[in-house]
Write a protein that binds this ligand. Sequence first.
Ligand code: DGL
Length: 281
Amino acid sequence: MNSKIGPIAVFDSGYGGLTVLEKLREKLPEYDFIYLGDNARTPYGTRSFDVVYEYTLEAVKKLFSMGVHLIVLACNTASAKALRTIQQKDLPNIDNSKRVLGVIRPSAEAVSEYTQTNKVGVLGTVGTVQSFSYPMELTKQSDSIQTYQEACPMWVPLVENGEAHSEGADYFIQKNISQLLSQEKGIDTIILGCTHYPLLIDKINKYMPKKCTVLSQGDIVSDSLVDYLKRHPEMDQKCSKNASVSFYTTENTEKFKQTAGYFLKEDIEVKHIQLSVSSDQ
Ligand code: DGL
């Protein structure tokens, strides 16, 4: 489909991007959105650069073929490992009038406005932490910012498996927060560098010292997209505006509906989508 106007797509490896979609719908209520979760192949956080790039590019191509002009990679791991190559190498070959945006730069910009001590903590997946994308982006904001990272490999599986509110979640959340803070006592601002983590916010707040400001990406990314659309009226004109949202998953639709229902608190229609042969296995 090569329509002149189309919905804005929000892509994530699983359910985490729903936290970004929710805020986008609040701030841009008249726009149409497509949500695509690659739930069949989640998590991305433990996968190699090549695999995350390959999966993300498949999703980007599929969304473009559905009439989308603008994609937000809500997934930090995909933003860290695939965004730059897709923007620089693939987009010029696919269609240079289309755009793919990520979440790491807007998050780094926002964090730098909050920290007083210039000591910033990042909680993220193994992939995001190992990519060093946050330290690099934060240094671009200011040379004096020091970044301390902690990978939380169990947090995404807790969300994906519906264990976000379980006692088991307490153990891993307390452990990773205390490991991050033990790296540097002066950390005063912490970015939840994974879209799944706001779904654990009650427990994160339970173990986070009051002196630390915790920033989730929903508000940051939605503010940044509002600003982007103002600065790019040519893209804004390509975004359809009927206040609709459609959900797609590479997994079983009933499973998606059930788990997404915990977070969305609304009844949704979900369609299955195939990105590659392996996503149907
Ligand atoms: N939600 C993704 C992120 O923001 C990661 C989840 C995963 O490991 O697939 O990094």
